[in-house]
Design a protein around this ligand. Structure first.
Ligand SMILES: N[C@@H](CCC(=O)N[C@@H](CS)C(=O)NCC(=O)O)C(=O)O
Length: 193
């Protein structure tokens, strides 16, 4: 199994962190944007959107980071990272969609970590903070949802934000940042591409 990735972005880092955290037998290949590898014919056959990450499992190719997380959790049930009961699974889906539809676009509009920019995130951080008041992780226990949302709150921009008004969110963010998978995927050097 092979992951085509670009480690610096949250959609890629969330999957890399999951693979490393559970030591899954998945080779990680860093795609070269500089060489336009993501626009090559071979890559477009895997993902006509020309975006990473993409997971290759034999003849099966899967784009979309959250779909990949769910696939890996199902393929490696020993991770115990995706509920199997209907309602638990629905809650996981709910938060994965929330990350794609609400958190990602809001983070994308941030230009600075200043107060005005932060207004866009305030309602979202309130939702997370309230949800985490009585929980250690986003679902009943560590799951792919923590990887999906956590990666977004570890970007360079997100690191500059003030989490002090959101103590439960801040505590969860700290817990997730310290997970082995995220520690191992900390961005220390600029990407080659
Ligand atoms: N919804 C997709 C987004 C994938 C995406 O936007 N990938 C970016 C990097 S984070 C990319 O490959 N960009 C290259 C390009 O647009 O040329 C996911 O969650 O995987």
């Amino acid at each position: 199994m092979k992951l085509h990735s670009f480690f610096i972005t949250p959609n890629n880092r969330k999957v890399e962190a999951f693979i490393k955290h559970y030591q899954l037998p998945v080779e990680i290949h860093q795609v070269s944007f500089k060489d336009q590898e993501h626009k090559s014919e071979a890559f477009l056959r895997m993902n006509p959107m020309a975006k990473v990450p993409v997971l290759e499992d034999g003849d099966f190719c899967l784009p979309e980071s959250n779909a990949i997380l769910a696939y890996l959790a199902i393929k490696f049930p020993e991770t115990d990272a995706l509920p199997t009961d209907v309602q638990g699974r629905a809650q996981a889906d709910r938060w994965l969609h929330w990350q794609s539809c609400h958190l990602m676009p809001a983070m994308g509009t941030l230009k600075t970590s200043d107060e005005k920019d932060f207004e866009i995130l305030t309602p979202l951080f309130e939702v997370l903070n309230n949800h985490l008041e009585s929980r250690e992780f986003m679902l009943d226990k560590l799951s792919i949802v923590d990887f999906a949302i956590g990666a977004y709150l570890m970007t360079k921009m997100a690191r500059g934000l003030d989490y002090s008004p959101y103590p439960h969110l801040a505590a969860w963010r700290e817990r997730v940042t310290n997970l082995d998978g995220f520690v191992q995927t900390q961005v220390k050097i600029p990407p080659a591409a």
